[in-house]
Design a protein around this ligand. Structure first.
Ligand code: FAD
Length: 507
């Protein structure tokens, strides 16, 4: 395709959702992806440790894909995505033997009456979850749609909206203390809020913690059989079915602006590809505006805003190939899709302070994914994969080359504490420090997995910066659709979906 209507820069889930949505409307769409080997950005899988073990490279669990209208519109299930779920969604064990677990509502009859920390906390949790479930579709419609979307917010109902407002404006630690009495239950919400760079005392941490905790109890933490790449492959199939094209190994180095309008892109130091109607970028905002467009084409305020956009914390990820499943002391953890390691709200606050001050955490909070427990295609028979990540400073003084394997050893020790015998089962491992992640995908700036910090000043109308919260960039014909736009990180595809709708409306 030499004369596309729309060029999409980057094939992460948002880029592909935007591209497929536009192609479906009859536009000629070309997606240009820098990675020479595979599309999908942070949604993909591969054999990174030992042959025969399939590891998710970035995203591992997809509750947001199940509640998103982007994926309802794009029928990925008809193109190779089969969702699988575990018996338990998330377990939060501690060294003192206490534990809290999230079961989906449709599975909770089998759960112990004290599964959420204590009997009283389990009763509170079940009640809160039942109320949430009633309002969940309206809530996700409001959270994921373009702003301001006042009608969607009012659709939740005024009383519920006020309640949610009070939860969302709380810190995750504050909300947890308000609801629960046992330490085990109290560490669940802040432990899940820490998927983003939001510690137990941070404003808006209640919102992220609420969404991730309660969606675990409704849709759970499903995975696609065969690995995350299946989601990307299905999106590419849909794109091509509707006439769109994908080119791998095509890094866009310049957006060409003529007469104040973005009209073409330059790829790999030469090749110029015109875009007759629009350019949609699935990139970081600073990369798009300051490197690809250039300050000379921008109003000063936009250049300043792009330069100020902050990445979230770095991510440190380890893929493990195991000779058997993790021998967790807590039997529920042996059946769970995810296990979250963090002893208490105070422990998670200490971890937050260490990362914020630029130090490597002593006893890292961990997100552990056990996909192969319920997707046997991920590893040879009797063997398992393990997916582990934590947050770290994006850059450290001694450099990651010196610290990478030592810090991966610390992570092993942390798991061994709750699962004696774990280390003996490790057949192979691959550690990814923040700079490895950024080399692999330039959107993971300093290893940030969320497309920019989740601090309040980069949320809602301020994401990526005001007044560009509706996907239009300050150059005519240019749009941003990455996780750096509202509604932010995660594999919901809604940044891409909303941006595509914006382009269609403008055309
Ligand atoms: C370790 C990790 C764990 C995660 N876990 C989860 C999870 O469990 N669940 C969940 O929902 N989400 C998770 N996420 C977040 C989720 O993966 C991201 O929010 C999502 O992938 C963002 O999609 P995107 O399309 O905005 O960008 P990306 O997926 O980052 O894709 C951007 C693409 O654009 C390409 N690109 C960039 N610049 C250029 C250029 N100039 N020219 C050409 N191509 C370019 C990149 O190569 C890349 O392929 C995780 C992410 C990571 C890294």
């Amino acid at each position: 395709m030499n004369d596309p209507d729309v060029v999409v820069v980057g094939s992460g889930p948002n880029g592909l959702v935007a591209a497929a949505t536009l192609a479906r409307q009859g536009l000629r769409v070309m997606v240009l992806e820098a990675n020479p080997d595979r599309p999908g950005g942070a949604v993909g899988s591969g054999e990174t440790t030992v042959p025969g073990f399939t590891h998710d490279l970035g995203a591992g669990f997809f509750p947001l894909a199940r509640v998103s209208s982007a994926y309802r519109d794009l029928p990925i299930e008809q193109h190779g995505v089969e969702w699988l779920s575990a018996d338990v969604e998330s377990v939060h064990p501690a060294l003192d033997g206490s534990s809290a677990s999230i079961f989906r509502r449709d599975r909770r009859e089998g759960a112990r009456p004290d599964h959420f920390g204590s009997e009283a906390d389990t009763a509170t949790w079940n009640l809160l979850l039942d109320v949430h479930a009633k309002h969940e579709p309206a809530l996700f419609r409001a959270l994921l749609s373009p702003l301001p979307g006042i009608g969607n917010w009012l659709g939740i109902g005024l009383i519920r909206l006020l309640k949610l407002g009070s939860y969302f404006l709380s810190t995750s630690g504050g909300l947890s203390r308000r609801w629960f009495e046992s330490e085990a239950a109290r560490r669940v919400l802040p432990g899940l809020a820490l998927h983003a760079d939001l510690g137990p005392s941070d404003p808006l941490g209640g919102a992220t913690g609420y969404v991730l905790t309660f969606s675990a109890g409704t849709v759970g933490y499903p995975v696609p059989r065969g690995g995350a790449q299946r989601i990307t492959d299905a999106l590419v199939t849909l794109l091509e079915k509707w006439g769109g094209r994908l080119r791998l190994g095509a890094r866009v180095e310049r957006v060409i602006v003529r007469g104040g309008r973005a009209v073409a892109v330059r790829v790999n130091g030469g090749d110029e590809i015109p875009a007759a109607r629009a350019i949609v970028a699935d990139t970081a905002p600073s990369a798009l505006l300051l490197e690809l467009v250039g300050r000379e084409h921008l109003p000063n305020w936009a250049a300043r805003a792009a330069a100020k956009f902050e990445p979230g914390w770095g991510t440190f990820k380890v893929d493990f190939a195991l000779a058997g499943q993790v021998p967790w002391r807590d039997p529920r953890a042996q059946q769970s899709a995810t296990v979250h390691l963090g002893e208490s709200i105070e422990d998670l606050a200490r971890f937050t302070a260490e990362v914020r001050s630029g130090r490597l955490p002593q006893k890292p909070y961990l997100v552990v994914g056990q996909q192969s427990l319920f997707d046997p295609t991920r590893a040879p028979e009797g063997c398992h994969t393990l997916y582990v990540y934590t947050h770290v400073p994006g850059r450290i003084e001694c450099g990651w080359d010196a610290a990478r394997e030592r810090f991966a050893d610390d992570i092993e020790t942390r798991i061994e504490g709750l699962a004696p015998g774990f280390r003996a089962r490790v057949l192979g491992r691959k550690a990814w420090a923040p700079d490895d992640l950024e080399r692999w995908n330039s959107n993971l700036v300093q290893g940030d997995l969320g497309g920019g910090s989740n601090v309040w000043s980069q949320q809602l109308f301020l994401r990526p910066f005001f007044p560009a919260f509706r996907y239009r960039m300050p150059v005519a014909g240019l749009y941003l659709c990455s996780a750096s736009t509202h509604p932010g990180g995660g594999t919901h595809g809604m940044c891409g979906f909303n941006a595509a709708k914006r382009v269609l409306a403008d055309l």
